[in-house]
Write a protein that binds this ligand. Structure first.
Ligand SMILES: C[S@@+](CC[C@H](N)C(=O)[O-])C[C@H]1O[C@@H](n2cnc3c(N)ncnc32)[C@H](O)[C@@H]1O
Length: 363
């Protein structure tokens, strides 16, 4: 399958509302290309950059599949392998990965999408890199736009004491949320001075329990730190990164809470925003009901649900912060849905059209 076929060409279409011609790209986030999404030339450019960045990650993955296959056959067959053996073994690794991706066996037995062992399998990683790249990139871009609309990032680059803004993806996997973040701030931030001085500098760190993601995150240009969010000794991202309180400015949590929602972890996140001066934790999750949001509120944190709630609770994109940051720094805590939807690069991300159908069905 050619991955580029998930991102369609930029074509001229007539706008259904005002009849004007504009450029449109249809792209897909799912394996079977069942659900078309649309974007404009800005989104097309971003997705093209994502795809070209992904080429290197997929090359690394091909090497890892090769190494994994060679190790597997030499362990099992105990003889010097031929080229044909290697091709067959590579094919098995790829197919096992496709099977793990499609059937998610651990979801049935343990309630989490994939185990750390499965994430470490290069065949599953191949599928993850191909499919989740588009999904995560667009979701995080939308999350950042929604945060920006509230003023979360107002003036942040004037504030970094040492001229650095640090953000960490907690449970960041290969790091697509950080790639979206990097391109987002490249787009928004004032360019650095001619001598490279004076401009904002982003330091992006990917933290994950699964060390197999390291090579990808580093290839994307990020620091990788092995970290168990659910550790029992109380290590938080700041101490594990060797930072002082106040030196980590934002955390991003994307599709991780299914693994780690419990009181200990939520208390750790609560302490980050209340005691350790993390300004906000930006959250993008799969479930319209994400129990971590309620737990954060029970602990006394402020939760801003970023998606329109008029069709029912939707906690897929949220900000966890302190009441103080919200009152002092945000222009409003009520997302301006209209404004966001008008100008956003990736409309309907995360997918919301089903709500409209649900509304009509309920009439
Ligand atoms: C669905 S993936 C999401 C990865 C990435 N955030 C993204 O959106 O593409 C879940 C990630 O959480 C990581 N994870 C699961 N349990 C964890 C834990 N206790 N500590 C740190 N990371 C964990 C997994 O290794 C995996 O990379």
């Amino acid at each position: 399958m050619s991955l580029s076929s998930w991102i369609g060409p930029l074509v001229v279409v007539e706008d259904e509302h005002d009849g004007r011609e504009r450029l449109c790209c249809t792209y897909y986030q799912d394996r079977d290309k069942r659900y078309p999404f649309r974007t404009d030339e800005r989104g097309f450019d971003l997705l093209t950059r994502l795809m070209s960045t992904n080429v290197e990650l997929l090359r690394i993955n091909r090497d890892m599949i090769e190494e994994f296959a060679a190790a597997a056959i030499s362990n099992v067959l105990k003889y010097t392998t031929t080229t044909d053996d290697n091709v067959d073994a590579r094919d098995v690794v790829v197919r096992v990965g496709q099977g793990l991706y499609a059937h998610k066996p651990t979801l049935r037995t343990s309630g989490v999408t994939w185990s750390t062992e499965e994430y470490s399998h290069p065949g599953l990683q191949r599928m993850y890199l191909r499919m989740k790249s588009i999904q995560r990139f667009t979701e995080i871009w939308s999350l950042l736009e929604r945060c920006e609309a509230l003023g979360v990032f107002d003036g942040i680059f004037d504030e970094g004491g040492d001229g650095v803004i640090r953000m960490a993806a907690i449970g960041g996997g290969p790091g697509y949320e950080l790639l979206a973040t990097k391109l987002f701030f490249e787009d928004r931030a004032p360019p650095p001075g001619v001598d490279g001085e004076g401009g904002p500098r982003l330091e992006l760190t990917c933290m994950d329990i699964c060390p197999a993601w390291r090579r990808y995150a580093e290839a994307l240009g990020f620091t990788f730190v092995e970290y168990d969010i659910n550790n029992e000794v109380g290590d938080d991202p700041i101490s594990v990164m060797g930072l002082e309180d106040g030196e980590l400015h934002f955390c991003i949590v994307s599709c991780v809470m299914i693994y780690v929602t419990n009181n200990r972890v939520m208390s750790m996140f609560h302490r980050l925003i209340h005691d350790s001066h993390v300004k906000a934790i930006l959250v993008s999750e799969r479930g319209e009901r994400t129990s971590a949001c309620g737990i954060m509120e029970d602990l006394g944190g402020k939760v801003i649900r970023l998606i329109d709630q008029s069709d029912g609770t939707d906690e897929r994109q949220a900000i966890w912060t302190s009441h103080e940051f919200c009152e002092r720094r945000l222009r409003t805590s009520h997302p301006d849905y209209e404004a966001h939807q008008c100008g956003c690069v990736f409309p309907n991300v995360p997918y919301c059209e089903h709500k409209e159908r649900r509304r009509f069905a309920g009439r």
